[in-house]
Write a protein that binds this ligand. Structure first.
Ligand code: WTA
Length: 649
């Protein structure tokens, strides 16, 4: 047993689970003792879901970076913390030991301080997948600044909205990012975003692609210059460390924006103490991590999976993580397997969309690849279909590796429902059992617990959680009421996930997907209202309605029903040109990840007499299931449905 809180048998899982539900305070008190705190907590948990107010480890003081870095230095300073694999396989790999990580994070912390960043300031980070991104994230945590990482696929407008909402005063980026054969011009996109907002005082630019960029005098500084200066200062002071700010357990650690059913992304806030305990506990147990194992999570750090299972969870556990700059299919479809072979990867954690896209290349990319180092596979981000599950198990895992199907969300901070690799049984397409501390419940539309199984013996309903776990979101930045309304008001005294699920007689859960107006496109969360707002910005568009449809690789594709201005219909007969413009508009306002796959022009949308769009009907049409559209008699103009059905793409 490598960690004191590592679950090593089904019996132990049951014991842990029972205790975590019956005496959560005692349970988490014992787990949390395994971390480094500057001061111990006074209470383990205080909560109510009405405000909501959740406080874990109140009174405790800590700095999460001392847990991620400093405490490993005594015994494991020379252990590799990060193996960095560049986009271009001919470029050199970088190996960063815990000692190097310490040095870089301390220097970066000093640099941020030099530039005026203080505890509580919001720092936006918009970088590619380079080790400096991890240094920056941890440097913020070290000085108590709140980081808000923005995925490299977002547009200038989306970045500006996030800067504005958080009132960020510092912005850290790269000249560009390599992704496959593309170079993403991060700095130019950032420059455009910064013309739309005015809170940012300083911009730090890390040079990665050597792209031509503009540096704005007085605002922009080069990372290498500022780091050099900080390094010299530290060495002149004879110091090898930079002091870690003493944080309250409930001080915010970061903000991460995510989509919901309204038009505007929400800034989910996680705090220092509970998030640390939750990500580490779940990392060790779900993946059954043992020191020395190489953990490869293919997510981008711009998403919660990267925050929790590349940065915080693994590093707190003293793990070795593989960080990959590129994409799994470049320079060819065998890249992921090349990486596994080259670095003797033990744990591979990826997304169903990546698996499905690799499936289209068949099995030839596996030829002559030695994947025998793999011990554990993981999946996250969307429901994994049985075919992809079996394919991944067979071809990557040689049918020897347990596959953990991990269900969780940005808001939950870490994994909530999953089999524990090799310990509790796996089952294709089922996330299976809740982690200790997680109390799921399925409810009907009225919030009543579903207690009657269907003919297959399954309970089916909306997935809620009854009580807080340490990694639960605490608020949405700047707007607590929004947090309450979104997650805690739909059903009384329950956290509502937005997902539907089934439960079998043994207590296993299968997640069936979102039941709200949120799409999951290639594992990216996108609100239908956000896409509609973006489409409606096009001058020729009156209104639009966006729904998802099943997509072989992306899981869900985006289907837009669009009503044009009558004038534009007659003056612009070329529908494809308008479609193209709409796609470009969405890419400009949200980012390329939200581009609609299908755009159908319609003369009107199916609305009720009170003006509400009947999405149920549009969803069925988009899915190609038009035989039974349900009751359409409440529609203002039922004839519009026939027209839409006929024009289906
Ligand atoms: C979906 C990603 C089924 C779900 C960590 C959830 C899943 C949303 C799974 C959160 C899974 C994530 N099985 N569905 N194993 N994992 N989801 O915030 O709909 O980007 O609500 O967090 O992804 O997406 P988010």
């Amino acid at each position: 047993m490598a960690y004191p809180f590592q679950i090593t048998s089904v019996e132990q899982y049951k014991e842990y689970y029972k205790k975590s539900i019956e005496s959560p305070e005692l349970f988490w008190d014992e787990i949390a003792r395994n971390f480094h705190w500057k001061k111990k907590w006074e209470t383990v948990l205080e909560w109510n879901f009405t405000e909501p107010r959740v406080r874990w480890f109140e009174g405790a003081k800590l700095n999460i970076t001392e847990n991620c870095i400093d405490r490993h230095l005594e015994t494991a300073a020379q252990r590799t913390a990060i193996i960095w694999e560049p986009n271009d396989p001919s470029e050199a790999v970088r190996l960063i030991t815990y000692d190097d990580l310490h040095k870089n994070v301390c220097t970066a912390a000093r640099m941020l301080k030099n530039l005026g960043v203080n505890k509580g300031d919001r720092v936006c980070i918009y970088m590619g997948m380079v080790p400096e991104l991890v240094f920056t994230v941890l440097a913020c945590a070290r000085i108590g600044a709140i980081h808000s990482v923005i995925f490299g696929g977002f547009s200038a407008q989306s970045i500006a909205d996030r800067i504005q909402d958080a009132q960020a005063t510092f912005f850290i980026t790269c000249d560009g990012a390599f992704r496959g054969e593309k170079t993403i011009p991060l700095k130019s996109i950032a420059d455009e975003a910064l013309t739309l907002t005015d809170s940012v005082k300083k911009v730090i630019v890390f040079r990665r692609t050597n792209s031509q960029i503009e540096m704005k005098a007085g605002r922009d500084v080069w990372w290498h210059e500022a780091m050099n200066e900080a390094e010299q200062q530290l060495s002149a002071e004879g110091s090898i460390s930079f002091p870690a700010e003493e944080m309250d357990a409930e001080d915010p650690l970061f903000i991460l924006y995510t989509s919901g059913s309204t038009g505007k992304p929400k800034g989910v806030v996680h705090t220092c103490g509970g998030y640390m305990v939750w990500t580490t506990f779940t990392f060790v147990n779900v993946f059954q991590y043992n020191p020395g194992d190489i953990h490869f999570c293919t997510a981008d750090i711009g998403w919660i999976t990267g925050h929790s299972y590349i940065v915080y969870g693994p590093l707190c556990a003293g793990a070795t993580v593989l960080m990959f700059e590129g994409i799994p299919t470049w320079p060819d479809a065998g890249r992921l397997w090349d990486i596994v072979q080259k670095h003797r990867v033990n744990i591979l954690y990826t997304a169903p969309t990546a698996i499905r896209s690799l499936m289209t290349f068949g099995t030839s990319p596996f030829q002559e690849k030695d994947l025998s180092s793999l011990k554990v596979l993981g999946s996250v981000g969307e429901p994994i279909n049985e075919e992809a599950w079996h394919w991944f198990s067979e071809h990557a895992g040689n049918n020897q590796c347990p596959l953990a199907d991990t269900w969780w969300q940005t808001e939950t901070g870490g994994i909530m429902i999953s089999n524990l690799a090799g310990i509790t049984p796996s089952r294709p397409a089922w996330a299976t059992l809740p982690l200790p501390g997680v109390q799921p419940v399925l409810v009907d539309e009225n919030g009543n617990e579903v207690i009657t199984p269907d003919e297959n013996g399954y309970l089916k309903g909306n997935l809620c959680i009854k009580a807080p776990w340490p990694g639960i979101l605490r608020t949405t930045w700047g707007d607590h009421e929004r947090c309450r309304k979104n997650y805690f008001a739909t059903y009384k005294n329950l956290y509502f996930t937005g997902d539907g699920a089934w439960k079998d007689a043994e207590g296993n859960y299968r997640i069936t997907g979102r039941v709200d107006d949120v799409l999951n496109v290639s594992g990216h969360r996108i609100g239908t209202a956000e896409v509609e707002n973006a489409i409606n910005q096009h001058p020729a568009i009156v209104e639009s309605a966006v729904v998802g449809f099943p997509h072989d690789i992306k899981g869900q594709g985006i289907y837009a029903f669009v009503v044009r201005e009558p004038q534009s219909v007659s003056s612009r007969p070329d529908e494809d040109a308008t479609r193209n413009e709409i796609v470009q508009t969405v890419a400009r306002i949200i980012g390329p990840i939200a581009k609609p796959d299908k755009i159908q022009f319609v003369s009107g949308l199916p609305k009720t007499r009170s003006g509400k769009i009947m999405r149920r009907i549009l969803r069925k049409i988009a899915e190609g299931d038009t035989s039974n559209l349900g009751d359409t008699t409440t529609l203002l103009d039922p004839s519009v449905v026939d027209e839409i059905k006929k024009g289906r793409l």
